[in-house]
Write a protein that binds this ligand. Structure first.
Ligand code: SF4
Length: 274
């Protein structure tokens, strides 16, 4: 059984944080599309398309450090509009968040909150200087405490060591997330990092996470094309049971119908609900 998830970047770019892996930070001046708010009509249409492509999760992502009042109001409005027309689970991904804001999301029907720890606590200061790893961890704890499902993982191949990867895994064990996105860093000429991942390393990461989180949804997320090219199904064989379909936040993904064809040809069942 595999879980498919589609992403909608509903606010893009103009972020004042300095995450070195992210093209949405103003600091790096990457050539990406930037907008304050995607129209609700467009979001609903994207959710309809995601459903048509068999996605059971639809993730509303906003750039920026956290879930402030304006962002909260917008995400709640988008969630209500989608749920009125499409039978799909809403995942919100809006940065650091208080318990109060998360409770509001839950009230309007958000089912899952995604907030990645990204990397180890030790390595995080080398990746971002404008906010702390501890804040990220606290948001994940908030998610669990209000009864939302937690989706939290990381980005690999940013120069971190094996020790850092184990440290991240051990931190995630304390949170016991329902879903764990495994992303591989995607280079951009304006970003200060260069990718350090290899296919063998990626397979080892997926296997290790599957062994340590036997019941979690392990998602092959951003960068699967970079690491595996057309052989991304190897990631599924290694233990992942979820993929992101369609485009990522600021980079192109595979065509959803092509991915679906590959899965169905191999007799993999697609989950209707997440
Ligand atoms: S806070 Fe989020 S949007 Fe902003 S630079 Fe970091 S990862 Fe990118």
């Amino acid at each position: 059984m595999i879980y498919l998830c589609a992403i909608s970047n509903i606010r893009s770019g103009a972020c004042r944080e300095d995450c070195k892996f992210c093209t949405q930070s103003v600091k790096w001046g990457a050539d990406i599309e930037r907008f304050r708010q995607k129209s609700i009509e467009t979001i609903v249409n994207e959710a309809k398309l995601a459903k048509k492509n068999r996605a059971s999760g639809f993730c509303l992502v906003t750039s920026g450090k956290g879930l402030d009042d304006k962002t909260l109001e917008y995400v709640c409005r988008a969630t209500k509009a989608v749920l009125k027309e499409v039978d799909i689970s809403i995942i919100a991904c809006n940065g650091t968040a208080s318990k109060e804001s998360l409770k509001e999301l839950k009230k309007v029907g958000v089912k899952i909150y995604n907030h990645n720890l990204e990397t180890s606590r030790e390595y995080y200061p080398k990746i971002c200087s404008t906010h702390s790893w501890d804040e990220r961890f606290e948001t994940c704890e908030n998610v669990k405490s209000v009864g939302l499902k937690l989706c939290s993982g990381g980005i690999f191949g940013m120069g971190e060591s094996e020790k850092d990867r184990i440290s991240l895994l051990n931190s995630l064990k304390k949170l016991n997330p329902d879903g764990i996105p495994i992303n591989f860093f995607i280079e951009n000429e304006r970003l200060p990092l260069r990718a350090t991942h290899t296919k063998d390393m990626a397979l080892k990461i997926i296997k290790t996470f599957r062994t340590n989180f036997p019941d979690a949804v392990i998602m092959l997320a951003g960068g699967r094309e970079v690491v595996f090219a057309s052989e991304w199904f190897e990631g599924i064989k290694a233990g992942a049971n979820s993929i992101v379909i369609g485009d990522y936040l600021t980079t192109k993904g595979e065509r959803a119908d092509k991915d679906l064809e590959i899965l169905l040809k191999r007799g993999i069942k697609v989950a209707n609900e997440c």
